[in-house]
Design a protein around this ligand. Structure first.
Ligand code: CAA
Length: 292
């Protein structure tokens, strides 16, 4: 197995900050990279808040929180990641963007380093082909919020070597998380099942079967889900939900994965959920208010 001590994370969004958090907390050195300095600032303040939350809940000590922060470096240049033993790409869910980032990364990165992607739906094999090391490439799909969620999906591309696969699985264990191994099919396991449910909840709203609050209350109290599907869609980001549905629809060529027109409309409007302050709920006040 490859000895991993320093991990780079590309993309300081909601997944990237969580991934940096859990690696640093587990004792790895992490470098959080983004082209946007403001995004990195925001990520660091989210990490600080989430570590403080863990201290307040007695999950970790204040010293551990401080040491964890001290193990996360910041970077706005891909070349800063050259000496990492592994780099995890956690950029926006867009295949062309991810391929470009991966190709640029490989030009800078030492040749023995492993590369992982946190894609939630895109083919690992396709992303691997944009690198100079498909054998050293793997999917490690974290769930949001990363510090809380126990699962990481581990996905091998067609060219992923056994050594890379074993290293990826060992890393998940070192993070104290549990893995589910998935074959490289569109949206893997979790999103193959979760996203059609969320899409169906949006159809249920679109067709007037129920209001936002009736749908979410129904699923929360009727099936014991911690969040209703519309609340969860806002939490994940409606743009991400739409791109996953598109990957399912195109990748499996089955009309049952057709994205709901209302989901498309919300994304066109820029109503992307929590991160933009509006989605199926309005987040302007202290308490989210259902919009339909
Ligand atoms: N960082 C660290 N800790 C956090 C946190 C964060 N970002 N958010 C919440 N927590 C902790 C809290 O401190 C609390 O800890 P204790 O259990 O020790 O008290 C615990 O998590 C629960 O938090 P809250 O009491 O504040 O709130 P809650 O009970 O409503 O739980 C939640 C929040 C954990 C997010 C819960 O609502 C939940 O599990 N929701 C579903 C999340 C989910 O389904 N995620 C997967 C999305 S799919 C995905 O990510 C894949 C993809 O590709 C799209």
């Amino acid at each position: 197995m490859v000895d991993i001590r320093k991990v780079g994370i590309i993309g300081a969004g909601q997944m990237g900050n969580g991934i940096a958090h859990v690696f640093a907390l587990a004792g790895f050195n992490a470098v959080l990279n983004d082209i946007n300095d403001e995004q990195i600032d925001k990520a660091f303040s989210v990490i600080e808040q989430n570590l403080a939350r863990q201290v307040a809940k007695d999950k970790i000590s204040a010293e551990d929180a401080q040491a964890t922060l001290g193990r996360i470096g910041r970077s706005n240049q891909i070349n800063d990641l050259a000496d990492c033993h592994m780099v995890i790409e956690a950029a926006t869910e867009n295949i062309d963007l991810k391929k470009k980032i991966l190709a640029d990364l490989c030009m800078a990165l030492n040749k023995d380093a492993l590369v992982a992607t946190n894609t939630s739906s895109i083919s690992i094999t396709a992303l691997a082909s944009s690198t100079d090391r498909p054998d050293k490439f793997i999917g490690l799909h974290f769930m949001n919020p990363v510090p809380v969620m126990q699962l990481v999906e581990v996905i091998r591309g067609i060219a992923t070597s056994r050594e890379t696969f074993e290293t990826g699985k060992a890393l998940v264990t070192q993070l104290g998380k549990t893995m589910a191994v998935s074959e490289d099919f569109p949206a893997f396991i979790v999103n193959r099942i979760l996203m059609p449910m969320i899409n169906e909840a949006i159809f249920t709203l679109y067709e007037g079967v129920g209001t936002v609050s009736a749908i979410d209350t129904g699923m929360k109290l009727g099936t014991n889900h911690p969040m209703g599907p519309l609340e969860l869609a806002d939490f994940i980001g409606l743009d991400t939900c739409l791109s996953i549905m598109q990957v399912l629809y195109e990748g499996l060529s089955d009309s049952k994965y057709r994205p709901c027109p209302l989901l498309i409309k919300y994304v066109e409007a820029g109503w992307l959920g929590r991160k933009t302050g509006r989605g199926f709920y309005d987040y302007a006040g202290d308490v989210p208010v259902a919009t339909r």
